[in-house]
Design a protein around this ligand. Structure first.
Ligand SMILES: CC(C)(COP(=O)(O)OP(=O)(O)OC[C@H]1O[C@@H](n2cnc3c(N)ncnc32)[C@H](O)[C@@H]1OP(=O)(O)O)[C@@H](O)C(=O)NCCC(=O)NCCS
Length: 176
């Protein structure tokens, strides 16, 4: 589904850039984008290990195109923290030659809004706080969530659904 309106707070992007929810048929070109942006080293990341069990949650994942060419994407997958089910955001990737145009933030805001609207209690990610804070992310209180591998605790970020009061605690695991 192509989207015409960006969420409140998302930056303007060039008018040739369009956004859509990710489709099954996008898998190969999203994978090619990840290969280009992250290279083979991505398989060693802790966040990747959480995602490897599950296909992306397509209604909460988005692609950006410019003239029909995939220039960015954001994926979401299902996880649980302790007993609470939620979603993991990532990878977020934009082609190097299309950066600093607002595409990354626009993808980010769309994915977070979709997760909140679909009732997901939280969105978790591993990333740099200055980039993600405007979309509602804060550092997870130290020690309250345990990732299945090494992660810099200052980069473990969560955006709670505004209607949820309690942040989940416990071991983070991928779920199908
Ligand atoms: C991070 C990324 C998705 C941003 O995409 P983008 O389309 O350039 O982002 P936007 O245009 O929305 O925002 C650009 C702004 O964010 C800043 N920014 C980019 N990466 C940042 C980071 N890691 N931390 C803080 N700020 C960052 C840029 O300096 C720029 O700042 P400015 O607006 O003051 O000039 C893109 O740089 C990318 O694909 N990087 C490699 C993959 C990656 O690191 N992904 C995130 C982890 S999964």
């Amino acid at each position: 589904m192509t989207l015409s309106l960006l969420p409140a707070g998302a930056p303007d992007v060039p008018s040739s850039v369009t956004f859509a929810t990710m489709q099954t048929a996008d898998a190969a070109r999203v994978n090619a984008l990840h290969e280009q942006v992250f290279g083979p080293g991505r398989y060693a990341r802790t966040a990747f290990r959480l995602r490897e069990k599950a296909a992306p949650l397509l209604p909460l994942s988005f692609v950006a195109e410019d003239d029909g060419v995939l220039i960015g994407s954001v994926s979401m997958s299902r996880i649980a923290v302790g007993e609470t089910h939620g979603v993991l955001l990532g990878p977020l990737a934009v082609l190097a030659e299309k950066r600093d145009l607002g595409v990354g933030k626009a993808l980010l805001f769309q994915a977070v809004q979709a997760a909140h609207q679909s009732g997901e209690p939280f969105v978790l990610l591993v990333g740099d706080l200055p980039y993600y804070a405007p979309a509602g992310f804060a550092v997870v209180p130290f020690g309250s969530m345990k990732m299945p591998g090494p992660v810099d605790p200052t980069r473990l970020l969560v955006a709670m659904n505004p209607s949820v009061e309690l942040m989940p605690t416990g071991v983070v695991r991928g779920t199908a």
